[in-house]
Design a binder for this molecule. Structure first.
Ligand code: HEC
Length: 120
């Protein structure tokens, strides 16, 4: 029992540490987005604020003029939709106006999404 609980403890420590690493790497990857996206609520630049983006309905930040393609997409931003949009915005939402050609590296996208989740 003693052995069991201490290894469980180590496992927790380990998964927390690797989560923190993902988030740190994701914050780095976010450098590709900062020119156009603020993480401050309500601060829209060339792109809408990404504060609280995880779990949000696409095209709903107040005061930002979205393309009608994104507004009508019916997407909720979750792991799968964010991954597809960041990999290739035009493929997921044809007619979307995000001038970004896409992030090819899957591991990098995963880390970036881990970081975006912390903005809620
Ligand atoms: C050159 C500017 C630019 C860059 C770089 C950029 N974006 Fe965007 N982004 C936009 C614009 C503009 C829109 C709105 C698109 C539309 O209305 O179709 C947008 C929309 C989005 C949305 C949808 C938000 C919502 O409220 O529905 C997400 C998510 C997003 N971007 C994530 C990212 C991420 C993550 C990166 C970095 C990998 C990134 N963007 C890089 C300009 C940019």
């Amino acid at each position: 029992m003693r052995y069991f609980s201490s290894s469980l403890f180590l496992l927790c420590l380990f998964s927390q540490a690797s989560f923190a690493q993902d988030v740190a790497a994701g914050k780095n990857a976010f450098q590709e987005c900062v020119a156009c996206h603020s993480i401050k609520p309500g601060e829209n630049l060339l792109g809408p604020s990404l504060a609280g983006v995880y779990g949000r309905q696409a095209g709903t930040v107040e005061g930002f003029r979205y393309s009608s393609a994104l507004k009508k997409s019916g997407i909720t931003w979750d792991e799968s939709s964010l991954d597809q949009y960041i990999a290739n915005p035009q493929a997921l939402v044809p007619g979307s106006r995000m001038p970004y050609s896409g992030m090819a590296d899957e591991a990098e996208r995963k880390n970036l999404i881990a970081y975006l989740k912390t903005l809620n």
